[in-house]
Write a protein that binds this ligand. Structure first.
Ligand code: NAP
Length: 288
């Protein structure tokens, strides 16, 4: 299926995966609506894409604010009269010892990663139903398939997105709307993983692997064109470990936790709010 002239909303388009995705969709000649809080970065990207001939609309949007989401849909319809693809990509990370996570951080993570995506989809679906067509892409994570230690709030939002996607499919596939959960592993050139590597000086283990923004963009294009339920984007493949966890929960848990614990504990300790834990001599300290 050609993406030429399709109207695509991308949240979190100002950086990382969303920014690369916008560039990739511009190559496919889609018409783009770029949404995020950093309007200056969106304008820069818009200028770059417009120079290449792409039709771009920038809408400064905080996805945790329902009024902003209303305005995003309204302005998109005003400009393009339709919405073919919604990519719920905006997200924030939250990797730290759970007992140290601030209350406002819990709420911000859930409102950005999950509530924002659900509310925006609720606003977009009526337009897709009117067209009898549409594709909804939810940027989840492998953390939503097996929630890692030190990432319980983040993983909960991503598992929520996967469940949300399944519900949408059951309801709308026979009315022309597809929904796909994209589950990238740690992604090079995307902000979250790069920030952890920069802060910790550590990379993920070979067993955990990871991916790149290019591979994630390829998966999103495939999802728009073919509408699968879920695409896990990671090398090495992790679906066998997920299946093992379903059949033998304790064994699967041991394996999936073992490959991520060391790396993410370091990430948790490097986060600003972890000073208390590290300075009081946590007996569970890593030796890295
Ligand atoms: N990188 C990875 O390793 C990885 C792995 C798996 C899944 N993912 C998922 O992929 C998505 C993108 O991640 P990334 O690595 O590209 O992160 P990133 O570079 O930090 O970019 C996050 C994007 O989300 C936007 N955003 C954050 N809070 C927002 C809010 N309240 N309203 C609107 N936009 C908001 C940011 O823009 P503003 O700050 O300008 O608002 C930015 O454009 C996230 O959902 C993440 O969970 C990432």
């Amino acid at each position: 299926m050609s993406l030429q002239d399709k109207v695509v909303i991308i949240t979190g388009a100002s950086a990382g995966i969303g920014r690369d995705l916008a560039k990739r969709l511009a190559q496919e000649k889609a018409r783009l609506v770029l949404a995020a809080r950093s309007e200056d970065k969106l304008q820069q990207l818009s200028t770059e894409l417009s120079e290449g001939g792409t039709d771009v609309l920038v809408v400064r949007t905080d996805v945790s604010d329902p009024n902003d989401l209303d305005a995003l849909v309204e302005q998109t319809i005003e400009r393009f009269q339709r919405i073919d693809v919604l990519i719920n990509n905006a997200g924030v990370e939250c990797f730290r010892h759970f007992e140290n996570v601030e209350m406002d951080e819990i709420l911000q993570t859930i409102e950005t990663n999950l509530t924002g995506a659900i509310v925006l989809t609720r606003l977009v679906v009526p337009h897709m139903l009117q067209q009898s067509s549409g594709a909804i892409i939810n940027m989840a994570s492998t953390a939503g398939k097996h929630c890692p230690p030190f990432g319980s709030v983040y993983g909960a939002t991503k598992a929520g997105l996967i469940g949300f996607t399944q519900g949408l499919r059951g309801e709308y596939l026979d009315r022309g709307i597809t929904a796909t959960a994209i589950c990238p592993g740690f992604t090079k050139n995307g902000g979250i993983y790069d920030r952890i590597v920069q802060a910790t000086g550590k990379k993920t283990s070979r067993a955990q692997g990871g991916t790149s923004t290019k591979a994630v963009a390829n998966a999103v294009l495939k999802a728009i064109r073919t509408g699968p339920p879920e695409l896990i984007v990671n090398w090495p493949p992790i679906r066998p470990a997920i299946v093992l966890r379903e059949i033998f929960p304790r064994l699967g848990e041991m394996l999936t936790t073992a490959v991520s614990k060391r790396f993410l504990r370091k990430a948790a300790e490097m986060s600003a709010h972890e000073q208390d834990v590290t300075s009081t001599g946590d007996p569970d300290q890593p030796t890295v």
